[in-house]
Design a protein around this ligand. Structure first.
Ligand SMILES: Nc1ncnc2c1ncn2[C@@H]1O[C@H](COP(=O)(O)OP(=O)(O)OP(=O)(O)O)[C@@H](O)[C@H]1O
Ligand SMILES: O=C(O)C1=C[C@@H](O)[C@@H](O)[C@H](O)C1
Ligand SMILES: [Mg+2]
Length: 172
């Protein structure tokens, strides 16, 4: 069964876009971060603080494989780091997978994340200047993995609806 996988940096809009795409296509949406939280019965912040990032990455990989192997058609919104660990980027190329990188610029990401960082443990304790520099370097490091996606949609300056239409065009 077909899996539509949305990926990209924190704040690029994976969860927001996937929800809207799901409404239009009637294909159910699963957010990988939410699935992990339910399975662990802990928030992402709690998993990081109580068990550490390595443990989180292990859960993340296991849950991603489980969702890809499920028998239903589903839209999967990945976590920001999912493609960058445990060879998860190889899973973006699977036969029944349509993977879409939501590509956002540093400015777009910074503007979206600056007032919205508390639930994102990697940036929660940074000031504004540290955050901009972190995003720039981190995005550079991660781009190799994001670019393994089968498709790419630039989201800068686009409304949620416009990005959803771009994805529908790719999937048609
Ligand atoms: N055009 C847009 N497209 C998508 N999101 C937008 C747009 N404009 C503003 N936003 C806002 O940007 C934020 C995007 O966050 P969202 O949680 O969807 O990103 P994410 O990629 O799932 O992040 P994370 O990896 O941390 O889960 C939301 O608060 C959303 O309302
Ligand atoms: O970019 C990342 O590494 C992360 C993004 C979030 O979606 C969560 O998966 C977690 O906060 C880690
Ligand atoms: Mg999300």
């Amino acid at each position: 069964m077909r899996k539509i996988v949305l990926l990209g940096y924190m704040g690029c809009g994976k969860s927001t876009i996937a929800q809207n795409l799901s409404k239009i296509t009637k294909i159910p949406f699963l957010d990988l971060d939410e699935c992990i939280e339910k399975r662990a019965n802990l928030s992402i912040n709690e998993i990081f603080s109580q068990h550490g990032e390595v443990y989180f990455r292990k859960l993340e990989h296991e849950m991603f494989v489980e969702l890809l192997n499920s028998p239903e058609n589903v839209i999967i919104g990945l976590g920001g780091g999912t493609p960058c660990y445990a060879n998860n980027h190889e899973l973006l190329k699977g036969e029944n997978v349509a993977s879409v990188y939501l590509k956002a610029s540093i400015d777009t990401l910074y503007n979206r994340l600056v007032y919205n960082k508390s639930k994102r443990p990697l940036i929660a304790n940074m000031n504004e200047e540290e955050m901009r520099e972190f995003i720039a370097k981190h995005l550079f490091d991660r781009s190799f993995y994001y670019n393994q996606a089968q498709h790419k949609v630039v989201v800068d300056g686009k409304s949620v609806e416009e990005t959803v239409q771009d994805i529908l065009g790719i999937l048609a």
